[in-house]
Design a protein around this ligand. Structure first.
Ligand code: AMP
Length: 442
């Protein structure tokens, strides 16, 4: 019989790598708590219309990449419904904000999520069909201050702090610019954008014949997407197209200037990228992306986000301006692994405090009782099995733990245990009463 495998573009995450995932998530949770965010967990599948209306029908995510199915009616009274595995989490969070009338509190809502998302993309390093995002949204009614440039700057400063605390260096000459970099732009308000799109369309009209086939199509269907083109021959033409900065109205220009001045005051470095328009239709004003050149190859975007002042209304809700981001957790992990490899610092090197080796079947019960006692004292412990030879016990113990505790007939009757520390090779006799303290020493 042929063996079954994980579906293309999905993968199993196994120990010890999962310890790194847990460390990343614990760091993110601790930072979210410090910045006043609470956790939201929305369903993994939603009504397809949520993404069609929220993300935009013309986007690649909605037009090509969604896992959508017709959910059969189970009873005559039920209607069949089109459902979709969530390709991103912002639309779900805003739906929940509307559904639970969170805006009625009048307070700013600061929500974070951690979970899998699904897109039918062509799998490659750093791009999967099931991938994890760590994201957050700040939204609320206008009087809560949700529209303030301070909120944009706070979110960006929090992200810089997160990457710093995870140990990803900032890009500098010293690291050959492989560290993280923040790219920033403003795509203007919902009135600025149509004016810009028209200007872009007119500018593209005489030029598009010289661009790649994809851009020729985009010039007609979604001209903003031309700015995302990576084809080398197209770059010069695209760099000379009109820039959105020249189409921002006074309010958007002022908002963007405020975001930058708060970032300058907080010491968060950024690079203005006039071509950063991002793939989802709901963005207004501030858009951003953090990249890292460590371990990611062409998929170098670690995270992305922006402001979405009209999204709640697009979903039938009240006015609720907001800003959010999503970090590609898979890519964060790849970056941390690459950094550890290049610096020679081992990841996942945490060993257990002790391995208990009973010398015969007769000591199995005493070994498990001792393990229970040490675990209750907060130590991490693995237990061998009495039928193992001493050599096999030592081999196992050496890969798993910092110390081995030998438990033979004598040790059980005298209560004096033999402990060997692998790093030093030192072997000592330790009374049972002192064992937990001795094993806790580094
Ligand atoms: P987006 O939701 O498209 O704004 O993406 C936000 C972040 O999610 C990106 O910067 C990536 O780090 C990550 N991401 C998006 N799509 C994928 C994917 N197919 N596989 C892995 N990570 C992804």
């Amino acid at each position: 019989m042929s063996t079954l495998k994980a579906v293309r573009g999905t993968r199993d995450l196994l120990p010890p790598e999962t310890a790194l995932w847990n460390r990343v998530e614990a760091t993110a949770r601790a930072i979210f708590a410090r910045y006043g965010f609470g956790e939201i967990r929305t369903p993994i599948f939603e009504d397809t219309q949520l993404f069609v209306r929220g993300v935009g029908e013309e986007t690649d995510v909605v037009s090509k990449e969604m896992y959508t199915w017709e959910d059969r009616a189970r009873a005559q009274s039920e209607k069949a419904q089109s459902l979709t595995l969530r390709p991103e989490n912002t639309a779900g969070v805003v739906r929940a904000y509307i559904e639970h009338k969170l805006g009625d509190t009048g307070m700013l809502q600061k929500l974070f999520y951690i979970g899998p998302q699904f897109r039918r993309e062509r799998p490659q390093r750093g791009r999967y069909r099931q991938f994890w995002q760590i994201g957050a949204e700040v939204l609320g009614p206008v009087p809560s201050g949700a529209e303030s440039a301070l909120r944009d700057a706070e979110v960006l400063e929090m992200l810089a702090t997160l990457l710093d605390e995870l140990g990803i260096p900032r890009a500098s000459e010293a690291n050959g610019n492989t560290g993280w970099k923040l790219w920033l732009n403003s795509v203007g308000s919902s009135t600025d954008r149509p004016r810009y799109i028209n200007a872009l369309k007119s500018a593209l009209e005489p030029l598009k014949g010289a661009l790649c086939v994809d851009c020729q199509r985009r010039a007609e269907t979604n001209p903003l997407r031309v700015l995302d083109c990576k084809v080398p021959e197209d770059q010069e033409t695209i760099n000379n197209l009109p820039k959105i900065a020249d189409f921002l109205d006074e309010a958007s220009t002022e908002h963007f200037a405020q975001v930058r001045s708060v970032l300058d005051a907080c010491g968060v470095p950024y690079v203005i990228d006039p071509r950063l328009v991002r793939g989802l239709d709901y963005y207004t004003r501030t858009t951003f992306e953090f990249t890292s050149a460590s371990g990611l190859g062409t998929q170098n975007a670690l995270l992305g986000g922006g402001r979405y002042d009209g999204l709640s209304e697009m979903l039938g809700g009240p006015k609720a301006p907001g800003i959010g981001f999503a970090i590609g957790e898979d890519r964060l992990i790849l970056t941390l692994q690459a950094l550890a490899e290049s610096s020679g610092n081992a990841l996942n090197s945490d060993k257990l405090d002790a391995y208990i080796a009973p010398m015969g079947i007769a000591q199995n019960a005493a070994a498990l009782a001792l393990a229970k006692e040490l675990r209750a004292a907060g130590l991490s412990v693995e237990v061998g099995e009495g039928s193992f030879r001493l050599k096999k016990s030592f081999e196992f113990a050496d890969t798993l733990a910092r110390r081995i505790v030998i438990l033979g007939e004598d040790e059980v009757s005298t209560g004096i245990l033999t402990v060997k520390t692998f790093a030093t090779g030192e072997q000592t006799k330790v009374p049972h009463a002192d064992l937990a303290a001795a094993l806790a020493r580094s």
